[in-house]
Design a protein around this ligand. Sequence first.
Ligand code: BGC
Length: 394
Amino acid sequence: MKKELKFPEGFLWGAATSSYQVEGGIDNCNWSKDFPAGKACDYWNRYEQYFDEAKKLNQGVHRLSLEWSRIEPEEGKFNREAIEHYKKMLIALRGRGIKTMVTLWHFTEPIWFSEKGGWANFEAPSHFQRFASFAAKELDEYVDFWITINEPGIFASHGYIIGKFPPRQKMRIVSCARAFWNFARAHKKAYRVVKEINSKAQVGMAENYSFTEALYGDPLSRFIVRIWDFARNRMLLEYTRKEQDFIGVNYYFHERVAWDVKYPFINIKNVDRTVSDLGTEIYSRGIYKVLKNLQKYNLPVYITENGLADKEDRFRGDFIRQHLRWVHKAISEGVSVKGYLHWSLLDNFEWADGYGPRFGLLEMDFEKIEYKVRPSALEYAAICKNNKLILEEK
Ligand code: BGC
């Protein structure tokens, strides 16, 4: 039996990217030395070709990020050529009838900023504000949605606790807390400067939300879940709620928290469930739980990222359908979800994991810088075109 799930009129369908992961030729940022991305997808030069492809796939919104290290390579000195180039990119999207979602900070920053102590430095928000103000003045008329900061919680924990991301520090709890706090301040400052330039601008933040549940039903585990869930998913939002025109949700996985000697406080990998190439469990119901938990903020929500590493494209089509089924349920229960952007349009540089994990709707050959359209991209394109999801039910 077939079941059709119609999405609201004007729902936006698209895909997301970020500068360092796709552009190529970025050698002046915090990742360049330890994790060089080389030419990546050469998106900097070939953006028209990728935008044509997005258009063919019926996408109506595209998310990209501005590379701060290109735009402000030296402190206080802005590079005209770089900003003009981004302007051209945004015009190229608009010219194809594609709305633009622009992230100001997606894990990368100029070296001069890192040398001053990066996000742990209390002056970081002011530096970021200057950059945000310049970008907004130059680009405002070409931007439909602004995202100030991408996944501050992930960057703070990976940069200062786990040590996987720059500045690659481990267990620096104070620096992590300072970075987190500075991200929140930076968001508020950037929000205000963008709004000063255009009071109608739509500005939000994209955070990585997880659905957290207790593995066991004991009271201690349940209590830990509540604390963890607040710190991980709500604290930042509570603090910045007045400065969010919409909530940007990046959803990838859920976490099971347990308090026991073997697994204190963990994200257990369930080998008996379908997993992505990076080992994360595919758990589509989690996106519904995340959305329902955000309902009380009464703000529009965009799914700014959702995807999986799946080189062989075995699960992606079904992954998209199952997640959208739950998104649709959340909408039918009153959550104001306005759009869905898949991560990612194309395979790209997956940060500390390099070019191994493949998240793209387009499959890249990084040697030749050529791509093929994955079958799941066509399945997604049909959903985008019809604004509805067709499910085969047994
Ligand atoms: C990030 C992306 C990343 C994706 C897949 C998100 O946390 O915003 O840059 O590629 O997850 O791991």
